[in-house]
Design a protein. Structure first.
Length: 279
């Protein structure tokens, strides 16, 4: 007999899939520029081919991990009574220092403009299609996530588990700790999209797509993106999210729309958790 959590997921799955198919069709229409007033503005000029290689990428990823460990230990000492504050402090500082290193390597040492990293300007006309595309993709991605959790539960006996940041937010919502909830939302909606997009889309996807093509580049970037979240339950759905983020970056030629998509997607996830909590 299935555990209670899996039984509920299995009961809701057919309805979620049916609605998801409708939304996928809308997403295809947006991709083909058939939705009036919601069209991505393509880059006016091509970016320079990346001069950085895997040495710079590995250096930045290793430095990112090191900063998270260092600031994680520091934040635990500074905020022993607030795990949310410690998490926020560690995320902010590790992101700032790692992004500064990436910009220094690419702009300072290699002499490339920051637009080559995806940090050039973009049109505000990309905001509506990005937000609409995010809204269209949320339920299909959730359907994939449910299917993945059911597969892991039925075949391998895994029990549904949330990511660490989600668990912290759920616990804070149960305690009605508004301050901790706000810090966790800021960490997931503002801090994480900036750092992850610069490193995994700007650097990794930029280099991998230039060398192997956009499809292979998106897969490499998205697998790394998923692995960075340390969650078996979210592994495959996060690969799908990563590929969509690569798509948005490639269509717009800028990381800012992909950051916006990333922030909106995480924000919707937090809102869904909050609305499920009893008042």
């Amino acid at each position: 007999m299935l555990p209670q959590e899996l039984q509920k997921l299995a009961a809701d799955f057919p309805y979620l899939m049916a609605l998801s198919l409708v939304l996928v069709c809308l997403g295809i229409a947006i991709h083909q520029d058939r939705v009036r007033f919601f069209r991505f503005v393509r880059p006016l000029e091509p970016r320079e081919p990346p001069l950085w290689g895997w040495a710079e990428i590995l250096l930045c990823l290793s430095f990112w991990c090191l900063m998270q460990v260092m600031f994680g230990g520091m934040s635990a000492a500074l905020f022993p009574k607030s795990l949310a504050a410690a998490t926020f402090f560690a995320h902010v500082n590790s992101t700032i220092f790692t992004c500064a290193l990436a910009v220094h390597l690419i702009h300072g040492r290699l002499g490339q403009p920051i637009a080559s990293l995806g940090l050039g300007g973009t049109s505000l006309r990309n905001v509506p299609p990005t937000l609409l595309f995010c809204a269209v993709n949320v339920l299909p991605i959730q359907a994939v996530a449910v299917a993945w959790v059911l597969l892991l539960g039925l075949v391998f006996g895994f029990k549904p588990e949330s990511q660490a940041l989600v668990v912290l937010f759920e616990e804070s919502a149960e305690r009605q700790d508004v301050f901790s909830m706000a810090l966790l939302v800021l960490s997931g909606v503002l801090v994480a999209p900036v750092g992850e997009e610069i490193l995994l889309r700007g650097m990794v996807f930029g280099q991998a797509s230039a060398r192997w093509g956009p499809t292979a580049g998106a897969l490499v970037s998205s697998v790394l993106f998923s692995l960075c979240h340390f969650s078996v339950m979210a592994f495959f759905p996060l690969i799908l999210v990563g590929c969509i983020l690569c798509y948005v970056y490639r269509r717009t030629g800028s990381l800012y729309p992909s950051m916006l998509y990333h922030a909106a997607f995480n924000g919707l996830a937090f809102a869904q958790i909050f609305l499920k909590e009893p008042s």
